[in-house]
Design a protein around this ligand. Structure first.
Ligand SMILES: C[S@@+](CC[C@H](N)C(=O)[O-])C[C@H]1O[C@@H](n2cnc3c(N)ncnc32)[C@H](O)[C@@H]1O
Length: 328
């Protein structure tokens, strides 16, 4: 299978257009241009953002994480000219603190998250992320992870399935789809995507397609988020990433799902609040906010970028900077 993936070919550069690249570079620049700066790209992917950061900052060291070994291999080829300044690590990003400790790092100057699935993962039909092609119902970002989309479909109870579809896919027909899945799997377990796509065509009312898009879109998104526990790991990593930023360090997060964006918004709001008791008239020394927001609300991609790169259509970018630490 690895052979076949490789044959689908092309370099990392051809496979992924980095979203909001200029804005990301601009937001991180003051932190990354400092002497001896270290940035963690938590979602290395095809290394597009990483390559641009390394090129813009000749003194920068980059730690690149990805749970997908194919992405790490391709990004490694792309970033070969910077080999002496990079550490690429196969990890789920909630292993943040352990990865930094293993590298002997106590704090970092930048953190970048470009969440979700990469074009490489969508294009490699054998991995089952795309509903447009019949493929095994896999959807694991880390091909070594234990649970596939087929496991979810064949083992979850109807209520649990409905919750996944409703919460992660914002699917209005979640209950109906879950009941149909449970009924169908009694005949034969699900193995391939075409059967699920047909079930969704049969279950989602045709009238809703005019506004809701392809009937499989939301179910596939929901399954992918569940298979990879995407929201759980994001919830765990945000405090760890914020904790590790040095004063003056900056974090940029690009989300593609409203629940992800809400988590980021909350995590930033927690840290940008004053810690002085509300009934005191003046800020207590060392109790000011630890972070300040660098973005007003969530920033979106412009029309031109969305036209050139449809992935940018749902992006929400938020950024923050550490301005103080603890009670010091
Ligand atoms: C949207 S792509 C990143 C693209 C990258 N910024 C670029 O310019 O090429 C997201 C990548 O993050 C990885 N990823 C998603 N969730 C992850 C997690 N929890 N831990 C580690 N890697 C993750 C995916 O495997 C995918 O390769």
């Amino acid at each position: 299978m690895a052979e076949q993936r490789h044959d689908q070919g092309g370099s990392a550069r051809d496979k992924h257009v980095p979203v909001l690249l200029d804005r990301t570079l601009e937001l991180l620049a003051p932190a990354l241009s400092r002497e001896g700066a270290v940035v963690v790209d938590a979602t290395l992917g095809m290394g597009g953002h990483s390559e641009a950061m390394l090129a813009a900052h000749p003194g920068l060291t980059l730690v690149g994480l990805d749970r997908d070994t194919d992405a790490l291999r391709l990004a490694g080829e792309r970033l070969a000219p910077y080999a002496s300044r990079i550490h690429l690590v196969h990890a789920v990003y909630d292993e943040w603190a352990d990865v930094l400790a293993d590298l002997g790092l106590t704090e970092v100057d930048g953190a970048l998250f470009d969440l979700g699935v990469s074009s490489l993962q969508l294009d490699e039909t054998a991995r089952g992320f795309a509903y447009a092609h019949d493929a095994p119902l896999d959807m694991r970002m880390d091909p070594g992870a234990p649970r596939t989309a087929a496991d979810v479909l064949n083992t979850y109870g109807a209520d649990e399935l409905a919750r996944v579809l409703r919460t992660y896919g914002e699917e209005k027909f979640a209950g109906k789809i879950a009941a149909a899945i449970v009924r169908e799997r009694q005949k034969e377990p699900f193995t391939n995507s075409a059967r699920l796509v047909q079930l969704l065509y049969d279950t989602v009312p045709a009238a809703s397609r005019r506004t809701g898009g392809h009937p499989a879109k939301r179910t596939f998104q929901a399954l992918r988020i569940e298979v990879n526990a995407e929201l759980d790991v994001l919830d765990r990593v945000l405090p760890a990433a914020l904790d590790s930023l040095a004063v003056g360090g900056r974090i940029v997060v690009m989300s593609y799902h409203s629940l992800e964006d809400r988590m980021v918004k909350r995590a930033f709001a927690d840290r940008t609040k004053s810690r002085t008791p509300v009934d005191l008239p003046v800020e207590l020394p060392g109790h000011g906010p630890e972070f300040r927001l660098l973005t007003r609300g969530a920033e979106l991609a412009g029309e031109q970028e969305i036209e050139a790169n449809p992935r940018a259509a749902s992006v929400r970018l938020r950024a923050a900077e550490r301005v103080g630490r603890g009670n010091a």
